[in-house]
Structure formats: C-alpha cells, structure tokens
Design a protein around this ligand. Structure first.
Ligand SMILES: C[S@@+](CC[C@H](N)C(=O)[O-])C[C@H]1O[C@@H](n2cnc3c(N)ncnc32)[C@H](O)[C@@H]1O
Length: 511
C-alpha cells in the first residue's frame, strides 16, 4: 500500500514559483494548504518518491500539469452572473457591433469560462433577443486553463448551484431534467459555444481566440498578483478587435484602469473599449471641417462667468440605468407632436431613456417641431442618448451645436470630452474637460478625466493633485447630489470615489 507523502512549506516553494510563472496562480496563505493537498495526492498517484521527482514529471508531461492545475483552480460560477453587464451586451454592445460590421459574425470570448455557465448564458440571451434563426450572427468561444471544467462545460449538465441567477422561464425553455436534481442544457444552445483549453498567460493565443469583438474576463484576475493581472489584461487587449469591448466584473474594474484601454461609462456600468482607428477618409474629413468656434465665455476665468442656467431640472436619473422593459409592452412613440407640448415630449423622451428605450427616446425627441427641438436642454438629452448608444459622430454634432447656442453648456463640453477620450484624442479631451472646468470649477468628472490623462502621460504629481481634487469635492456633501449634478448625464460618484482612491494608492506607490 502506498503511504501518502507529507510535504512541508519548504518543499512546496519551488512549486509555488513554477505555478506562479506558468499559470499566474498566487498560492499563498490558505491556498498553500490546497497546494500541499494537491501535490500529495498527485505524488501518490504518480508514485513520485520525492518533491524533486514530481517536479521533473510536471516539467516533462503537460498532462500531469493539467491534472495538478485541476486541483488548484477556483471555478465558482453560475448562469447569468452580473446580469446588468450581460444585458448591456445584449441590448447595446452587440447591436452596435452588428451594425458596425454586418458582413461578419460578432465574436464573443469568455476568458476563464469555468464550467460554461457564462458563455451559455450569452448564447441564451442572444437567442432570446435575436431569435433561433439568427445564431449565425454570433460566434461564442469559452476558454479555460482547467481541462476538467471544460469537460463539464461540454457535457452541459448542471446542478442547483448553477441556477442561482437564472429565471424559471429560461430554465423551462432551455433545460430538461436529468435526475438527481440535475438539468441538461439544450443542444441548440450547447452547439453555439466552442470550448478550448488555454492558459491566458501563454505567449501565443490559439486562432480560436483571435480578434474577438467582446471579451468577458470576469472573476478570473482576482486570483492573480498585480503584474500578472496587468500582463494578461494587456494580452487580451491586444487580441481584441479594434472597436471591441472588454468586460471585467464590477469589483475588478478599477484594477485594470492602467492606461491599456480607455474606460467608458455606459449607464451605471463601466466597460473597457479598444478605440477604433479612424479611417484615412475620416481623418481627411476631420481636417477639412472648420473647427468649432471656442466659446467666448469659456475662455474667461470661472469667477467672471455668470451663474450657469441648468439645462434641465436635476432629477437624479440615469439614462439606461433603469431595468429594461420589453419593447412590445410600450406604446409606439407619437409620430407627430401636435397634441403635446415640448415639455411633455421632453418628459416622455426622458422617461424612455431612463427605461433604457434609447431609440424610442430619440424618436420622441425627433417628433418635436424644429423651433422647440433646438433648445439646449433638448440637445443635451439627445447628445446623452446618442453617447449612450455609442453613436459618437452624431453625439458630437449635437453637442457642438448646443455649445454654439450656449457656450456655458457644461454637459455638452463634458460629452465632447468623453467622445474625444474614447477616440483616444487626448489633446481634444483635455481641451473639452478644461472648458467644462471654466464653466464649473467643481465639475469633478472633468477633474477625474484630466487626472487620468495626466497619469497616462506619467505626470504623476499633477495627476495625483487632480484625483485629490475629485476626492475633496466628492467627500463634501451628499453622494446622491453629486450623482445628480450633471443631469441628464450619469456619473456614479461612488464608483469615481473608489477609482480615485485606487489611483492614488497606485500613484503614491510610484513616488
Ligand atoms: C471563478 S471562475 C470565473 C468563471 C466565470 N468567468 C464567471 O465570472 O462566473 C475563474 C476561472 O478562471 C480560470 N483560470 C484561472 N487561471 C487561468 C489561466 N491562467 N488561464 C485560463 N483560465 C484560468 C479558472 O480555471 C476558473 O475556471
């Protein structure tokens, strides 16, 4: 009979080192116990007489590495985890990507997919939204380092724990009972997802992972140390298609705001986007079009500026933040504005925007007679909706128009800053955010994005001072009032506070 080897902390340090450098695993504290148990188990099974003999086996046999890795990964997952992100993808990002390149499928990669609940949730959502006949519009790939979870993913049979986030109607539609409290996922959904074993830290990614339009990299990086987090994020960003999105979980977001990809706000969520390079024709056009006249008042110091008229009553709402409603439950927007006042139409558009019915909100605004629809308040709402829909060119035109009517229109300056920021045009972004600060020196989103830009340029001292300013502003007064301040734009003060604190910790580490 085999006696199981007993390993000491000293015995395991070469394995910790090896697993950190090959897989990114940080096996400290309580995870050391998992490592010891895993090593003892594998050494017994492989009849390895010493830690050195087993280490040689590990280095020589990729399969043995897979067996050990299976014992060390944390595979916690379930269907429809963080559903707001999945809905954002279904309702905004995918339609936008489909119209940007209708000639090819949108490719979605679940990086660290575990037992498959994440990519399968996406397949179900897309089938719900686009119908079974449109499966060819999408290609979904799931990769993971752990071969055992991938085998379970391909099998597609799930127990109770996986259904925490899934509504019963979907369970009925897509699963059949398998006995012993388990359910089998329908073949129509399973066949939509391809799986592959991939180490995200590997130097080269296989073709299956090339050029995704959306990467979900959620709840994976939390287990990696800082440098490995940064390396993997940079590799995924490199693989991502231009114009594509990279989504990490809400708790991981700030840790990846390291200047590799710009962070965009979509309603209450943050996503990373790889900025598409403008075409040569676009660049020519941009050069041809005359620059918008700089607003006179915006050049004057803030103290000299007259008090700004708020473009709309602050009501603390977030465009696209409210739960989505099914389109068919809503009456169609009015075709004409005959029997409604401009105010009523504005309120109606706003209400639809708040419900996430952005196209309908635009249609309502479009029903305004030109003389009413040209008001700055309307343009600001329209600009915010277009921005939310990532229709950046149109949003830019609307905001420039609004600024030419009212040079003190703070929200338009902010939106133009955000548009330039997402396009990677840092000079223009700085200019627009500074304009916003002339109008309102307490405009904390402008301070934040300027500080971000300075940090990216390694202007550590000035960046630090910018983030400190944001903290000073946001730590005074109520968070809810800060949330509401730039209506109808939605900046979630709480998240900005957390990001500033994190940025300051990073910057303070760099002296
Ligand atoms: C906690 S699960 C997350 C599953 C899913 N993304 C979610 O959010 O529910 C983390 C997964 O990342 C995988 N993983 C860890 N390190 C990895 C690496 N270096 N390469 C690929 N996958 C890795 C683990 O095997 C595990 O299945």
């Amino acid at each position: 009979m085999n006696t199981q080897p007993r390993l000491s902390t000293g015995d395991i340090s070469p394995f910790k080192e090896l697993l950190l450098h090959t897989c990114g695993f940080q096996l400290e504290n309580e995870r050391e116990t998992t490592l010891i148990a895993g090593l003892e188990r594998r050494m017994t099974l492989r009849k390895a007489g010493s830690p050195e003999a087993y280490r040689t086996l590990l280095l020589q046999e990729p399969d043995e590495m897979h067996r050990l890795v299976e014992l060390l990964t944390i595979n916690e997952t379930y269907f429809f985890r963080e559903p707001e992100q999945l809905r954002l993808m279904q309702q905004q990002l995918i339609p936008e990507l489909l119209s940007a390149h209708p000639e090819r499928p949108v490719k979605i990669l679940s990086a660290g997919c575990s037992t498959g609940e994440e990519p399968y949730s996406i397949a179900m959502l897309l089938r719900e939204a686009f119908g079974p006949e449109n499966g060819h519009l999408f290609s979904i790939v799931g990769v993971d380092i752990d071969t055992e979870v991938l085998a379970a993913a391909k099998r597609g049979v799930y127990g109770k724990g996986s259904f925490r986030g899934l509504d019963q109607a979907l369970v009925k539609r897509y699963f059949t009972p398998e006995g012993a409290g388990e359910y089998r996922l329908a073949e129509s959904i399973r066949s939509q997802v391809q799986f592959a074993q991939v180490n995200l830290l590997a130097r080269d990614y296989p073709p299956l992972m090339h050029s995704p339009d959306i990467i979900l990299y959620r709840n994976v990086s939390i287990y990696f140390p800082g440098q490995i987090q940064r390396d993997i994020f940079a590799r995924l960003a490199e693989a991502l298609n231009a114009g594509g999105y990279l989504l990490v979980s809400a708790t991981e977001t700030i840790h990846h705001n390291i200047g590799v990809l710009p962070l965009l706000q979509k309603g209450t969520l943050f996503v990373y986007r790889k900025v598409p390079l403008p075409s040569i024709e676009d660049r020519r056009q941009a050069r041809r079009s005359p620059p918008v006249a700089a607003p006179k008042a915006a050049r004057e110091p803030a103290s000299a500026a007259p008090p700004r008229k708020n473009p709309a009553t602050p009501r603390g709402v977030r465009i696209g933040a409210a739960p989505q409603q099914r389109r068919e439950q809503r009456p169609a927007p009015p075709a004409t504005a005959q029997d409604r006042s401009a105010e009523q139409l504005f309120d109606e558009a706003l209400e639809r925007a708040q419900q996430g019915l952005l196209e309908e909100a635009l249609a309502v605004l479009g029903a305004l007679p030109a003389e009413d629809g040209s008001g700055v308040k309307f343009s600001t709402l329209k600009g915010a909706i277009l921005l939310e829909l990532s229709r950046f060119d149109e949003a830019q035109r609307v905001c420039e128009q609004a600024l030419s009517c009212d040079p003190l229109n703070l929200e338009s300056a902010l939106m133009l800053g955000l548009i330039a920021h997402q396009a990677g045009d840092s000079d223009e972004a700085f200019r627009r955010f500074r304009e916003a600060l002339y109008v309102d020196p307490a405009c904390w989103p402008a301070h934040f994005y300027i500080a971000e830009g300075l940090a990216a340029l390694s202007e550590t001292k000035r960046a630090r001072s910018g983030f400190e300013t944001v903290l000073r502003i946001l730590e005074t007064g109520s968070i809810k009032d800060h949330d509401r301040k730039f209506f109808p734009l939605s900046f979630k003060a709480e998240q900005f506070l957390a990001m500033c604190r994190h940025k300051l910790t990073l910057l303070n580490g760099h002296g």
